[in-house]
Design a protein. Structure first.
Length: 229
């Protein structure tokens, strides 16, 4: 499977990315062999990271992200762009600022590059919805989380039907994002890439906040037919 991203700037410049994903686990095929210092595993390594620098010289997420972010190293977050994406034959076009476009592809790459912490979000990537709003993202996140609990139950593991571990899983993402921010600050002089990561982190924080703010009451009317005898 391939997901295509195309960034069109008002100047006529075009940056394209063709992301290939492996069957059946939807792991992102390596995007390149970049050896920049900031992609090494021990460079601002996440506190939660279970990988050993002796066995993994580079952070798998950073190595793939480098192939995307290097294209925008001289750009600003507010630069206007038109982003065209193709996912399973469905085309989406979005006109807005550059940071929003980078955030969309950044989240996809981070969830599928082989990070032991972010791998739990691979089902979200499999149902990738470019430029989803906060409500759509939370709906997909909860749906994927509950499907994961069913899979755990089928494998004889204890499921979490009450979503008690949903919020802690997002706190782990925030810690990873904080470490990545330190990586990016030392590399990119302009703000497009860093602000895209900050925006991605805001979306990660919004999930738990929405869940606490009577989220079920907001979506419950959608399921009224399921409440009938």
């Amino acid at each position: 499977m391939h997901i295509h991203y195309e960034f069109r700037f008002t100047s006529g410049r075009v940056e394209s990315f063709d992301l290939g994903f492996r069957d059946p686990d939807f792991a992102l095929e390596p995007m390149g062999d970049g050896d920049e210092a900031w992609t090494r595993l021990d460079y601002h390594q996440c506190d939660l990271c279970p990988l050993s620098p002796a066995e993994h010289t580079h952070c798998p997420v950073a190595r793939n992200l480098a192939q995307v972010l290097s294209r925008f190293r001289h750009d600003h977050s507010y630069d206007p762009v038109q982003v065209r994406t193709s996912v399973r034959g469905r085309v989406t076009e979005h006109t807005g600022d550059l940071q929003t476009g980078i955030t969309s592809i950044m989240g996809l790459v981070m969830a599928t590059s082989g990070c032991p912490i972010l791998d739990t979000f691979k089902p979200m990537a499999f149902t990738h919805l470019p430029f989803a709003n906060e409500r759509e993202t939370t709906f997909r996140a909860v749906s994927c989380y509950l499907t994961a609990q069913y899979v755990r139950m089928c494998h004889g593991q204890e499921p979490d039907w009450t979503l008690s571990n949903f919020i802690p899983s997002y706190r782990a993402v925030m810690q990873v994002n904080a470490a990545f921010a330190e990586r990016l600050k030392s590399v990119f002089e302009t703000d497009a890439n860093l602000n895209a990561l900050i925006l991605l982190d805001v979306l990660a924080q919004f999930g738990p906040l929405t869940l606490q703010d009577n989220w079920l009451g907001q979506v419950e009317p959608l399921f009224s037919a399921h409440l009938k005898p």
